[in-house]
Design a protein. Structure first.
Length: 481
């Protein structure tokens, strides 16, 4: 039996060999549950998995699979892997958790027969029927010395898993994914304006990229969503709503199919505004009564546009309803006022309603001319939640935003200025930050640090800083290389 050292940072992101290994591992595990060892399907999947071991054994002394704090690792590399996207993978991990198992290690000298006997053995273990010690003993009894089980890692230390280099790689990936999503939204808007064909496959692919990114590192995308002064607010807003909606969906435990539909609906939620006069959207002054009447048409216009321009399937149906319902409140106030009954809005619509309101209020764009701080927006929304928002979903969203929202600039007791990069779920008052300045000015080489560790006890957050008051632009800190 081995122990996963969850306190030791993992070095880098995984490559294709590691991704292939983890996918084929779960496919073979599932197959072993369904058929016996002599079945052709088992033989095929066994051959496939054993082939994946060879390149890994050249890189490492063993091939290790670990699940730590909901993330998947092969040896010391984090894998882009969505356990919900592969049937039964998450179920297997839940069962492992009940057994106290956190992973498995295959030694370089393992034979194909040993490997097959291991999968047959593990696939027939019932949850809660064994523990890690008894399983390890049975592996010895079954003559499987080349295979070891890892004990489950301590929870709540997610931030310690990532080195600075890994965080940089994740943020680079997130930036690419985020701006691809913005580009797709722009393309959809332009094509909708001209009644041209919309590339639905491309839109679905970018949604799946967002799901992959959020599944392994939600903070990097939320950091980008915190930028309030993108030149193309319309495209950024829809992308932000998709990011926040999918993050909520992941927290709710939605499977990949539902996440795909949710992200798709979020990207299209405001498409009805394309059919409104452009001078209304960009009007610099406060809206008058007629302006509001015009603006309140966009949910109905959005639903009509989606149903008319897109091939009808479940994604389209959910997107149309999300567009129509995202301004209808819990007490059935809001708009449009076309409902003949009081049928409750869908879960997707409730999610989009919350994140759409949050992003609009914090951005200070379109018909809201002054932005409001994220924490003040959450307070405002909590005051209204009995009327407007779903109570449970809003509390969950509040947990995502955190005490010090990702993307905030804060002053530390050490007289340093830091950018909040990620919330620590176990210690929300001490997030993971990038120190960007001190009393002498901005640093040439920012320092990435976890405020929750003992070595940073001298660094506590004093208060938030408004960047503009100090001649700073938050976007510069987020987008710098």
């Amino acid at each position: 039996m081995s122990v996963i050292n969850a306190q030791e940072p993992l070095r880098t992101l995984a490559g294709k060999d590691e991704e292939r290994f983890i996918n084929r591992f779960f496919v073979l595990y599932k197959t072993a549950r369904m058929v016996d060892k002599n079945n052709k399907t088992f033989t095929l999947q066994s051959d496939n998995f054993f082939e994946t071991l060879k390149p890994l054994m050249k890189k490492y002394d063993s091939a290790d699979l670990k699940n730590i704090a909901g993330r998947y690792f092969v040896n010391e590399s984090m894998v882009r892997f969505d356990g919900g996207g592969l049937s039964s993978a998450n179920t297997i991990i839940v069962e492992w958790n009940s057994l106290g198992v956190g992973g498995v290690s295959f030694a370089s000298e393992i034979t194909k027969d040993e490997m097959e006997r291991f999968f047959i053995f593990m696939a027939h273990i019932k949850p809660n029927s064994e523990n890690l010690d008894s399983l390890s003993e049975k592996l010895k009894e079954n003559s499987l010395p080349s295979i070891q089980l890892f004990s489950k890692a301590i929870e709540g230390i997610d931030g310690a898993l990532l080195t600075e280099e890994m965080r940089r790689q994740l943020r680079t990936q997130a930036r690419s994914t985020f701006f691809k999503a913005m580009s797709v939204v722009q393309e959809v808007v332009v094509n909708t304006q001209s009644d041209s064909e919309i590339n639905i496959s491309k839109t679905k692919r970018v949604v799946h990229s967002l799901i992959d990114q959020i599944s392994q590192d939600e903070s990097s995308l939320i950091e980008l969503a915190s930028i309030r002064d993108f030149d193309d607010y319309t495209y950024a807003h829809s992308t932000n709503v998709a990011v926040y909606s999918l993050t909520l969906g992941v927290r709710l435990g939605m499977d990949r199919a539902r996440l795909s539909q949710l992200g798709f609906a979020a990207l299209f939620h405001d498409i009805g505004k394309v059919k409104l006069p452009s001078d209304l959207i960009s009007k610099p002054d406060a809206y008058d009564e007629n302006d509001w009447i015009q603006m309140q048409r966009h949910p109905l216009l959005g639903a009509k546009t989606i149903l008319r321009n897109l091939k009808f399937d479940m994604h389209t149906a959910r997107a149309a309803r999300g567009a129509f319902e995202h301004h209808i409140n819990n007490d059935f106030t809001g708009y449009p006022m076309l409902r003949l009954d009081k049928t409750e809005t869908t879960l997707f619509s409730k999610i989009i309603s919350i994140v759409d309101s949050f992003d609009a209020l914090t951005s200070g764009r379109v018909y809201l001319k002054k932005s409001i701080a994220p924490e003040d927006v959450i307070k405002k929304m909590q005051y209204q939640m009995k009327i407007k928002f779903d109570k449970f979903l809003l509390k969950l969203f509040n947990d995502i935003i955190g005490v010090y929202p990702v993307g905030s600039l804060v002053l530390l007791t050490s007289d340093e200025i830091a950018l909040v990069l990620a919330n620590n779920q176990a210690d929300k008052a001490n997030p993971y930050v990038k120190i960007v300045g001190d009393k002498d000015g901005l640093l040439e080489s920012p320092e990435w640090t976890d405020l929750s560790t003992e070595e940073n006890n001298h660094r506590k957050i004093v208060r938030k800083i408004e960047p503009a008051q100090h001649g700073l632009d938050i976007k510069d800190f987020i987008l710098e290389n």
